[in-house]
Structures are given as structure tokens and as C-alpha cells.
Ligand binder design. Structure first.
Ligand code: CDV
Length: 304
């Protein structure tokens, strides 16, 4: 018997700065409907999927910055997505900018993803830990990457939820480049890692790597999957967004590190794979059986 889960990686094309959330949400619902028709039970959307990738602009007016954040989930604009999920009996991963208040009444802002079940309830929340970019205006860049200005680092660790018949972890974009992210999830026996990304083709600090962006994307996703024996679903916001080219390459990776499904455009597109979560055993019980082969007492430097 297999633990089969049909997953759709729902890549989004660009979202204009002027595009209302309602439009992004209806694009997502259209993909969710197509995915459900093909038997998908889980649909994965990109990082910051409700708006344009706003950290590319330097802004000083907090009120303007806050127009890109959600203060509740679901909200009036996002509720139709939750309702569609319930109607179609599918769950989803959604990335968005979260503005919230902590227990002491302080305002906090995070780059967040949620895992929502087919009944519309939020099963797990992740707040991005590896925030790339810079916090001050750097006019020499062709565009800014101000995640360090607009968000604080995630404070929820790397949770793994029992969901969709398996063990599901999440991360967001730059997190995928860090082996520690996948290892933190792998050490909790994650069987499925979901992540959305917005990755520009042009990397201002090292433009000599621009031609490697797609390669590096698949390199880290495939390595993370194989080295931890987990399925990985990586989903892009792609295409030319407000003059900035974002890579596509949305894909579903098997625990062996092989690409099981992949998008071929830079627009709204779904890639679907039938993911047998039991296939994680092929790796987790053998070559990367952590209990048998890992040597944590030799890795002290990792935690210094
Ligand atoms: N949204 C991101 O985290 N983007 C980064 C870019 C800036 C390198 C990424 O790792 O893809």
C-alpha cells in the first residue's frame, strides 16, 4: 500500500503593483479548480502570493508599506480562496506578508506561509527565518531587496505538522539555499517540504551568477530532498514583474532528488505529481538513516 498524495505546484506569473488582491486570489482559485479536476489534494502557491514582490522598492512611509500586509487570515479578500478549498476538498500552502500583534501588544511583521487543510482551517504557520537582502536604501542596485527592512526574522522555528497523511514542513524562498533548513525539517522526519519563492534573475551583489539562478534553484531543492529523503515542492512567482525578471522553474522533487514534475512557462501554470510519501523510506531507512549513520557528536561546530 502506498501513501499517495496528488500535489499541484501552482506557479504564478507576475503580479502588478496595481493588481488588487481579489485578482490574485481569482487566479489562484482558477488553478486550484484545474488542480482539483486532476485529483490534487494539496495546492502550493508562491511566497508573498497576494501582491507584487514589494521589497524591491525602498519606502519610508509605514502606512504605504502596510498596504502590502495582511492583518487577518482569512480576510475579506482571501476568504474566497478558503471557500474554494472547502468546496473542492483540497488544502493549500499560501505565502503572504503578515502584520500581527504579539502578546504584549507590539506590532510584528513577518514573511509568512500557512498550510490550510481541506476544511479551511490553518494547520501550520511558518515565518521566514533566512531573510535575504539589506535594510537600507542602496541606490546602486537596479532594484532593491529590502526584506531585512520590512520583516523581522521568523520566531516559530521550523515546525513539522501531521497533515495530508504525512509529516509536512514549510520554508520560504531563501531558506531553501541553507542546508540547515532542510536538516531541521529532516531531523523531524519531514516527508514533504513546501516552499514558495520570488527569485530575480539578476543578483546585484554578484551579477556574474545571473545565468546560474535556475541551476542553483534546482540544485538546492534536489539536494535538500535527497539528503533528507523528503518530497519537496518549490513554487515560483515568475516572469517580468514591474520590470524585474523572476525565474520560474516550479517543480516537485522526489525523495531521490529526481524532478517528478516541472513548469515550463513563466506564467500561471500547475505542475502535478502523484507523491507516494512512503517513498521517503527508501532514503530515510537506508543511505540517510540518521539514527544509524549520522555522527552528531562530530558536528559541534555547526552549533557554535
Ligand atoms: N525572496 C527571496 O528570498 N529571494 C532570494 C534572492 C534575493 C536571492 C532567493 O534566495 O531567491
Amino acid at each position: 500500500m502506498s501513501r499517495s498524495l496528488i500535489i499541484a505546484a501552482a506557479q504564478m506569473g507576475p503580479i502588478a503593483r496595481s493588481e488588487p488582491r481579489a485578482s490574485a486570489v481569482s487566479r489562484m482559485i482558477a488553478m486550484m479548480e484545474r488542480a482539483a479536476k486532476q485529483g490534487a489534494k494539496l495546492v502550493v502557491f508562491p511566497e508573498l502570493a497576494l501582491t507584487t514582490f514589494f521589497p524591491r522598492w525602498y519606502m519610508e512611509d509605514q502606512a504605504e508599506i502596510d498596504t502590502f500586509f495582511e492583518t487577518e487570515m482569512p480576510s475579506v479578500e482571501t476568504r474566497p480562496l478558503f471557500e474554494a478549498a472547502v468546496r473542492l476538498g483540497v488544502g493549500f500552502y499560501l505565502g503572504y506578508a503578515e502584520k500581527t500583534k504579539d502578546g504584549e501588544g507590539r506590532t510584528r511583521r513577518f514573511n509568512t506561509s500557512i498550510l490550510v487543510g481541506p476544511d479551511g482551517t490553518v494547520l501550520s504557520t511558518y515565518r521566514k527565518i533566512h531573510l535575504p537582502g539589506h535594510s537600507e536604501h542602496e541606490p546602486w542596485r537596479a532594484f532593491q531587496h529590502l526584506e531585512k527592512r520590512y520583516f523581522e526574522g521568523g520566531d516559530l522555528g521550523f515546525p513539522v505538522a501531521e497533515a495530508f497523511g504525512g509529516r509536512v514542513g514549510m520554508c520560504i524562498c531563501n531558506d531553501r539555499r541553507w542546508p540547515e533548513t532542510f536538516r531541521m525539517l529532516g531531523l523531524q522526519q519531514a516527508e514533504l517540504v513546501l516552499l514558495g519563492y520570488n527569485t530575480p534573475v539578476h543578483y546585484p551583489p554578484a551579477p556574474e551568477h545571473d545565468h546560474l539562478q535556475d541551476f542553483h534553484n534546482h540544485l538546492v531543492l534536489q539536494a535538500g530532498a535527497y539528503q533528507n529523503g523528503t518530497w519537496v515542492v518549490g513554487v515560483a512567482k515568475a516572469g517580468r514583474e514591474e520590470g524585474c525578471d523572476l525565474i520560474g522553474g516550479t517543480c516537485i522533487i522526489a525523495p531521490t532528488g529526481e524532478i517528478a514534475a516541472k513548469c515550463t512557462t513563466l506564467g500561471d501554470e500547475i505542475a502535478i505529481a502523484d507523491c507516494d510519501l512512503d517513498r521517503c523510506r527508501e532514503i530515510q531507512d537506508n543511505i540517510f538513516n540518521f539514527k544509524v549513520h549520522r555522527q552528531p557528536e562530530k558536528y559541534g561546530l555547526l552549533c557554535k
